[in-house]
Ligand binder design. Structure first.
Ligand SMILES: [Zn+2]
Length: 374
């Protein structure tokens, strides 16, 4: 939701945000110097001092400690620093929604402020299930709240078989029915932006850095929209055909992406993690079971004869079995293997939909993405 503070309230929001991040930076330095990264130990080390030093409410200090602990959770190789105007989580003691009035009450350094907000109908409906924290975010001169919501999910349906999904670079995703989801629109945008990004980086002025951040976010929004479209389409297809969805375990995707170094500039691993996350929540909301399978050799195994060989994959996009001669698009075959593995793990359902016992060609429909059609 977007907040609509008065000029005075915006100043107060900025003050509390900067104070929180100052506290995070100070706590981060203490954690780094003292090599203390656990939540309760760090709390003991810094809590009282931080409260005194920054004059923040108790909950704000607790959130600041949590933010620092989270940041070191990734690795402890360098001291974490935080942007002064970076987003901060406010819990329900610091921030309360008044949906009837379309306002929020936010605790600032000068007491509580009542600030109006605006949002769409869908967001308003979701806000009824808002629980716990919200992130207060300042971006391009505007104020936003990112609320966490809890949505009830239906029971998983009974299924007959699995729709296998393979994620790749040329095609963002391919399913076991032979449908592919092209990455060309996302990759084209990335390529176009890459030249501009270099220019802006070389300039290094304040305004060029701002334009750079703006570009980056625009690109991320676009990729996000594409991921919403793909995941929505796949979940609807599985739902309509009474199937579950099978994907690779995430570790496998990350390993494969890092192994393909030259392509890293096209589709980054977070985009795959995002697609996977969208698939997971949309499937859960639709009652469609989603299963993750062991990704080993899914792209080297022949779906007809079961032969596993590196040489069956002469190029990135092509599969040609050295055992039985079956040939076709590599990502579709991988998706079939993924769907089958999920079915093997659940013996009461049938394996993939494509019949490789006959030598009929694999159906090859291609789904072109239209941005905004999610
Ligand atoms: Zn074969």
């Amino acid at each position: 939701v977007q907040l609509l503070p008065t000029t005075d309230q915006a100043g107060q929001l900025l003050a509390v945000l900067e104070r929180c991040n100052d506290a995070c930076n100070w706590i981060s330095e203490r954690a780094w110097v003292d090599r203390t990264f656990g939540r309760s130990l760090l709390h003991r080390l810094v809590y009282y001092q931080a409260r005194e030093r920054f004059g923040l409410p108790a909950q704000a200090v607790v959130r600041a400690i949590a933010k620092v602990v989270d940041a070191y959770g990734l690795d402890k190789l360098s001291q974490r620093t935080f942007r002064r105007q970076g987003g901060c989580a406010f819990d329900d003691r610091m921030l309360a929604y008044r949906l009837n009035q379309s306002t929020v009450s936010i605790l600032t350094l000068e007491g509580r402020q009542t600030i109006p907000f605006v949002c769409g109908d869908r967001q308003r409906e979701l806000l009824l299930t808002q629980r716990g924290e919200s992130d207060v975010v300042f971006r391009d001169g505007k104020w936003y709240l990112f609320a966490r919501c809890e949505v009830e999910t239906p029971d998983e349906r009974d299924i007959d078989s699995f729709l296998g999904v393979d994620m790749g670079v040329v095609n963002i995703a391919a399913d076991s029915d032979g449908e592919t989801f092209s990455g060309s629109v996302v990759n084209a945008l990335r390529h176009r932006n890459r030249g501009l990004r270099r220019k802006l980086q070389a300039k290094g002025t304040h305004s060029s850095r701002r334009r750079l951040a703006h570009r980056r976010r625009k690109e991320a929004r676009f990729a996000r929209d594409v991921n919403h479209c793909i995941s929505k389409h796949i979940v609807a297809k599985a739902q309509d055909t009474g199937r579950g969805i099978a994907v690779e375990e995430l570790t496998g995707i990350r390993d494969r992406i890092t192994a393909r170094k030259p392509q890293r500039a096209t589709m980054s691993s977070w985009a795959f993690a995002q697609l996977r996350a969208f698939l997971t929540y949309k499937a859960a909301r639709a009652g469609v079971p989603l299963v993750a399978v062991d990704p080993r050799n899914t792209s080297r195994e022949c779906p007809r004869c079961g032969c596993i060989d590196k040489r069956s994959r002469p190029t990135q996009s092509r599969f040609s079995c050295i055992g039985c001669g079956l040939a076709g698009p590599a990502d579709t075959f991988a998706a079939v293997n993924i769907g089958r593995r999920a079915a093997v793990n659940r013996p009461n359902v049938r394996a993939g939909a494509v019949d490789f016992q006959s030598s009929a060609p694999v159906p090859g429909t291609s789904y072109r993405l239209l941005a905004g059609s999610r």
